[in-house]
Design a protein around this ligand. Structure first.
Ligand code: F6P
Length: 539
């Protein structure tokens, strides 16, 4: 069975939303709160250690009902079933999409083409656990008999961003191993990492689903060449491991078969941190914590699969985002974690959201005449307040924002935590209420300055409030956004799991690379040609 192919703009719910948007006009959220004392309770979902308040949005109960009707009309329920039952929903690549199987319990039953994949998943998990324990305990040693001190993850995109974000987010839980990430083809990246390494005590984890990615293979070759300045070829087996679906290419690189951690083509790169792609996470925080991350994601999967849409966190967040994207024409969304540990979270979500839903052809193969993927950006609070919040508060653009916060800190310094969280609450309150002219005048402001100090307010935010940053709660949070991506892709009638848009640039780059050897460069547009010739002269 394939995914439904319903044009959302042709649904009854869409028309209702359009009319509703027309009458919604300039309703201020402040008035909605004043009219209904129960508003916050009505638009809050409490689930496990999550408290998600979406009341500070430009919605009424009617809006939500129409959005829920839209979900029904585009057959979201069937689509969820299709995804979890291993159907080939990544139709353009002919693949199932089963990252959810990676975090399911052992006795779950996820089938790809009739075969239960759980035994394979658990065999690889076992391999990750054994290997992690041996490295962390110092049982496995380098070529001079010393235990490992450093781990270098070599990968890019989904083979880098997920592990890098999680290792950073969970650094509180880290063991003695120092982790490094090399992704960019820019030689400065690998060069700076090399400066920090001792070949005798460094473990290299090459992560590439395809094992054909230029950046990853170039960086891996550079690191191998550097390593071989101090060690023999035989030592590679002790220091290099790989995560890939392409066993043949990994072996050709010189990696011992025992050092290969397999993955599967039914795991998309940007959804792969739950697989052996997360090996560096497991090494950095220990297998138990890695497994808790998976457990958290599995709990969110169950919530997503079973919860009524009205109180289903990923579904509600996705619907509200569609409301802004397609009716208010908001172009971007900000992700603001009040947590320094989530420093890389927005960057990570950029790939997840923009590579998945940045599409303009629908599931019937026709061009789309409505907006799809949102632009994602963000930084942790409070730093972001001192950087770009001016534009969110008083600029001309509507920027819905997710505020992510934790009731309990990990550091235990209540003074810092209270100051951080007072900012967290103050910002969403200020974005909601703004400041009126009367309030500005009452502050005794000089009359010529008054207009500059008025805040319209009415700026939407979701508050995603979690008890504590743990591997499990992080797993839930990541999975929450993964499901939001899926829901939006279904509504927009696009394929979320391919990424053909990244190919053209890659193809041209390899053509240009070959042309560097030619004496003259032609058959480009005149701009590109001039630039190439200038580079050839000057480099
Ligand atoms: O793991 P690989 O095959 O090296 O691919 C890395 C990344 O490249 C992409 O295919 C395109 O940027 C991503 O989807 C993927 O995460």
């Amino acid at each position: 069975m394939s995914l439904p192919t319903i044009n959302p703009t042709k649904t009854n719910a869409w028309k209702k939303l359009q009319d509703h948007y027309g009458t919604f006009g300039n309703i201020h959220m402040k008035d909605l709160f004043a009219q209904d004392k129960e508003r916050a309770n009505k638009f809050t979902v409490k689930w496990d250690d999550f408290y998600v308040d979406f009341s500070k949005n430009r919605i009424t109960e009617q809006t939500l009902n129409y959005l829920l009707e839209l979900a029904e009309e585009v057959k979201l329920k069937d689509a969820i079933k299709s995804q979890f039952s291993g159907e080939i929903i990544n139709e353009t690549e002919g693949r199932a999409v089963l990252h959810t199987a990676l975090r399911a319990p052992k006795d779950a039953n996820f089938k790809v083409e009739g075969v239960n994949v759980m035994p394979e998943i658990y065999a690889v998990k076992q391999k990750i656990e054994t290997f992690t324990n041996q490295v962390v305990n110092g049982e496995l040693k380098g070529f001079t008999g010393k235990a490992f001190t450093d781990v270098v993850n070599i990968g890019i995109g989904g083979s880098d961003l997920g592990p890098a974000m999680v290792v950073d987010a969970l650094q509180y839980y880290k063991n003695h191993l120092t982790t490094h990430f090399v992704s960019n083809i820019d030689g400065d990246h690998v060069n700076e990492v090399i400066k920090k390494l001792n070949p005798e005590t460094t473990l290299f984890v090459i992560v590439s689903k395809t094992f054909t990615t230029q950046e990853t293979l170039s960086n891996a070759n550079t690191l191998k060449a550097w390593f071989l300045k101090s060690a023999t070829e035989a030592a590679i087996a002790k220091h290099f491991v790989a995560v890939s679906t392409n066993i043949q290419n990994v072996k050709a690189f010189g990696i011992d078969e025992n050092n290969i951690f397999p993955m599967w083509d039914w795991v998309g790169g940007r959804f792969s941190l739950w697989s052996a792609v997360g090996l560096t996470i497991s090494l950095a925080v220990g297998y138990k914590n890695f497994d808790s991350l998976l457990l958290g994601a599995n709990k969110m999967d169950e919530h997503f699969k079973n919860e009524d849409f009205k109180t289903n966190i990923p579904v509600v967040l996705a619907l509200i985002s569609v409301w802004y994207n397609n009716f208010f024409k908001a172009e971007s969304e900000a992700i603001i974690p009040y947590c320094q540990y989530l420093n890389q979270f927005a960057t990570y979500l950029q790939q997840g959201i923009m590579e998945s839903n940045g599409k303009s052809i629908d599931r019937n193969g026709n061009p789309i005449d409505y907006q799809t993927g949102t632009i994602i950006w963000g930084e942790p609070g409070t730093n972001s307040q001192h950087a770009f919040f001016q534009l969110i508060h008083q600029g001309t653009k509507l920027i819905p924002a997710d505020f992510i916060g934790f009731t309990q800190s990990l550091h235990g310094n209540q003074d810092h935590q209270d100051k951080l969280m007072s900012n967290f609450f103050a910002q969403t309150e200020a974005l909601l209420n703004g400041k009126t002219e009367a309030e500005v005048i009452a502050e005794g402001t000089a009359s010529s300055i008054i207009p500059f100090k008025i805040f319209d307010g009415n700026k939407p935010t979701n508050t995603i409030f979690i008890n504590k940053l743990t591997p499990e709660s992080l797993g839930k949070l990541i999975a929450m956004y993964e499901h939001k991506i899926f829901v939006q892709g279904i509504i927009w009638n696009i394929f979320s799991y391919d990424q053909f848009g990244v190919e053209l640039g890659k193809q041209l780059a390899s053509k240009i690379l070959q042309e560097f050897n030619n004496s003259a460069v032609n058959n480009h547009d005149s701009s590109t040609q001039n630039l190439l010739n200038h580079y050839k002269r000057m480099s």
